[in-house]
Structure formats: C-alpha cells, structure tokens
Design a protein around this ligand. Structure first.
Ligand code: NAP
Length: 438
C-alpha cells in the first residue's frame, strides 16, 4: 500500500447526503487515496444529536457535537448541514483556518456566495460545490473549467426534481396539481411543506449559482425572476400537449444584447417546451441542464438531481479535487466574476408566448383581439380556433383561441393581457405561458 500523506477531513452533517459521504469515504478509502494522491482520513462527523439513527452504520466514536474543534484541526471541511447558520459560520471558520471547503448548500451559496468566495480568496483556499446545483449531475465543473474558454449564451435547466415529477405525472395521467402533489408527498418526492420546490425558490437558488458561473458575474438571488407551478392546471397541460408542447419548470439563464452592450437575464418559470426538445424527454424526478455555448454548440447534462447517495458522488468528486490541490499546493481557483454584466429585469426580456382565450364567437372578434395585442407591440404568429358549443342549449357559442405570439417583452405582453382581460369580446383569459427551446 502506498504511504500517502494524510489529510484530515471534517464532515459537518450526517443526514441523507452526509451519512452516504461518510460511508463511501470509509468503504473506498484505498481507492480514493490512489485517486487523490492522499489518504482521506475522516476525522469526525459533527451533528446535533450523536445518538440519532443514521441511514447507514457509522462508527459511533466519529460523532461529535463540537463542530468548531473538528473544523480547526482539519485540512478539508465538508459542509452538509444545510441552512444558513451555523453552516455559514462553520465554513468561514474553516476557510479562516486554511482548510478547503466542499459544500452542497445551494441556499447558502445563493445568498452568501460572494462573502464565502471572498473569504476563500483572501487565504488562497478553494470552495467546491458540484452538488449544489442538480445533485449528481456534473454541471459546476463543466461551467467553471470545461467551458471556461467558450462563451455561454444560454442555459435552460430542469433543476428541481420534485416539480418535474409533479408536472411529468400531470402530463402522463391528466391529473390535477393538488392530487399529484399529495401523492408525491406520500411517496417522499415532495416535502410536507412543498413551498421551496413548487414555488420555484429551490430552482431560483440553483439558477443564481449557474448564471454566476456561466456569465462570470455575481448574480444575487433577488435578481432571479421566480414563478412556481401552483397555477398549472390539467387543462393547461392538455392544451400544451395538443399543441406539441410539454410544460416544464425551467431555470433560464441568458446572455442578451448580441452585437451591442451585453446583459444577462436569470429567471425561473413554468414554460412550454417542444415535446421533441431534449428537455421534453426528462421524466420523473430527473434533472437536466441544456447549455448553449458559442463555440461548443448545444450540450445536455442529464441525471439524478437529488438523492443521498447520488449527491454523495458529486461531493466526493469535490473532496478528491480538494485533496489534489492540497498535495499540489498553490492557491485555489477563485470565482470568476470579472465580467460583471448588468442583470436585466423580467420586463425587458423577449420571449414567445402562448395565450389561450375564451371569446364570444361573433364576427369581428379576431380582428378586435389582434388589435388589442398589436396596440402594445405584440404580434400574432399562429392562431388556432375551436368552437365551444353553448352548455345551455342556446345557439350562443363561444370559441377557444390559442394564440402564439412573436417575441415580445414581458412588460408589453402583461399590458396586452390586461387589455384582453378588460375587453368585452374576451370571456376568459385561460392561460398565458412562455415558450422556450424553439
Ligand atoms: P439532512 O438530511 O437534513 O441532514 C442534515 C444533517 O446536518 C443532519 O445530520 C443534522 O444533524 C446536521 N445538522 C443540521 N443542523 C445542525 C447544527 N446546527 N449543528 C450540527 N449539525 C447539524 O440534509 P441533507 O438532505 O443531507 O442535505 C444536506 C445538504 O445537501 C443541504 O444543503 C442540501 O440542500 C444539500 N443537498 C441535498 C440533496 C438531497 O438529495 N438530500 C441534494 C443536493 C443537495 P442530526 O442528524 O443530528 O439532526
């Protein structure tokens, strides 16, 4: 056995991910040592309750509630506690005492990323966070390293497994949101409080992390436009299907201003995606990140976006990288935020829309609606009309209009929808959805 240098690894947290990381570190110690060029010695595991049951059997003597002492004697700190505090203080303590840090904490990085990266840069340490966006899928390293010589134009990601599971089942079964959510909670795909997932907060945190890396710009969470999926109905899914689309909760990170001053947009919302787009084929709780880069073209990263052991794979990859850096020496790779591009608000973003209306089936209605849209600069690209027979046996029929628009700004579209809602010829605005990936 090669006599490798020993690196002390402090693990903070032994929950779904942490317990798997500890187990893999202990089980594959020799192999990891050969790959890292250093023996990774699990120095201890900090938790709240040392006697709590764990997902896997781990030596009792490794557990401690004294995270600070564990951190200060370590070379690498793996933070898998989650939440903001004490995770933030522990990471800063580790960086301050010269350790490298591995974390999967998207909530912390999306809110306190710059503070943590600056602390690392001050001491020449590194922060690794492959597991913080899209779980097991390698996407941080491709954006940070593999694509560092290219220019990312756009990222479209399905980065929340719970919402993809819900939307996919609604699409497959024609079921309602509330029924599928209740079932997802029963099966463990959704939390008892599903707000972070279904309202898009989790996806927004990941979007902020991905956009910061892709565009070399610090993207604060507040700059990410966020809409969730609670308003998506079985009818909307069915209409999408008839028009050749599937509804997905997308994190879209986009470079704008081709040929002129550049800016970026970062947004999360349910959108219509063509069924034959690679993202249209992402089923169940899987995640996928579709990256378009100037030279590389389109790239798709696909796989498990969560799960204890799957996420542990990404964490251990980071631990090996951190160990190699310790052995090689030199300063860590800091975050690249020098492009510092302005972030535009959603109102200025151009997208195509699909608007579904119920209107009275009378002469002149189509012209009136086209006029209401074009008054604000929204032009009609496609129109499908179906007659809805009167339910009361009279001959007062209505029509359902599915209007595809040319690209329009979000603010122009919102104003047009307000005009449609107020108009006498429109009985109901059924849905307004953005179209992505065409
Ligand atoms: P978890 O199951 O809730 O486990 C959290 C662990 O941290 C527990 O062992 C807990 O100790 C410990 N802990 C929490 N607060 C603590 C405190 N104040 N002091 C000491 N220990 C504390 O969390 P998880 O699902 O493993 O997630 C960990 C991180 O990975 C989070 O940032 C999460 O966002 C991220 N992540 C998770 C997944 C996933 O699939 N689960 C995927 C990607 C990223 P006790 O056990 O004693 O309570």
């Amino acid at each position: 056995m090669t006599d490798y240098r020993r690196l002390r690894v402090a693990l903070l947290g032994a929950g779904a991910v942490g317990s798997q990381v500890a187990s893999l570190l202990l089980r594959h110690g020799d192999e990891l040592a050969d790959r890292a060029g250093a023996r990774l010695e699990l120095a201890g595991i900090a938790v709240r309750d040392v006697d709590a049951p764990r997902d896997v059997d781990l030596p009792r003597e490794l557990f401690t509630t004294d995270a600070e002492t564990l951190i200060t004697g370590s070379d690498i700190v793996i933070e898998l506690m989650g939440g903001i505090e004490p995770a933030r203080s522990h990471i800063l303590l580790g960086l301050g005492s010269g350790t490298d840090v591995v974390t999967a904490n998207k909530a912390l990085l999306a809110t306190h990323g710059p503070e943590i990266y600056e602390a690392a840069e001050r001491v020449g340490a590194s922060v690794y966070y492959e597991a913080a966006a899209a779980g097991a899928i390698p996407i941080i390293r491709p954006l940070r390293d593999s694509l560092a010589g290219d220019r990312v134009v756009r990222i479209m990601g399905i980065v929340n497994g719970t919402t993809n599971y819900i939307l996919d089942r609604m699409d497959g079964e024609g079921a309602d949101f509330a029924d599928v959510l209740a079932d997802a909670q029963r099966l463990g795909y959704a939390e008892a409080d599903p707000t972070a997932d279904v309202e898009g907060y989790d996806a927004a945190q990941k979007a902020a992390i991905l956009a910061s890396l892709a565009f070399h710009t610090a993207v604060p969470l507040e700059a990410v436009h966020r809409e969730g999926i609670t308003g998506v109905t079985a009818d909307m899914i069915e209409e999408a299907r008839e028009a050749g689309f599937v509804i997905k909760l997308l994190a879209v990170c986009e470079r704008l201003g081709e040929g002129g001053p550049e800016s970026i947009s970062v947004r999360v919302y349910p959108a219509l995606v063509p069924r034959d787009h690679p993202l249209g084929a992402v089923h169940g709780a899987n995640n996928a990140v579709f990256v378009e880069a100037e030279a590389a073209g389109s790239l798709m990263f696909y796989g498990a976006g969560a799960g204890g052991v799957q996420t542990a794979s990404a964490v251990l990859g980071d631990v090996v990288s951190a160990a190699r850096r310790h052995i090689a020496g030199g300063t860590g790779v800091g975050e690249s935020t020098r492009a510092n591009l302005p972030i535009v608000s959603i109102g200025h973003v151009l997208t195509r829309y699909q608007i579904t209306l119920e209107v009275s089936d009378e002469a002149g209605v189509l012209a009136a609606i086209a006029g209401l849209l074009s008054d604000g600069g929204v032009s009609v690209a496609t129109l499908v009309q179906t007659v809805i027979p009167a339910s009361d046996g009279t001959d007062r029929e209505s029509a359902r209009l599915i209007i595809g628009t040319h690209r329009a700004t979000d603010s122009a579209l919102s104003a047009a929808v307000d005009r449609l809602t107020a108009s006498d010829v429109v009985e109901r605005v059924v849905s307004v959805l953005r179209v992505e990936g065409e």
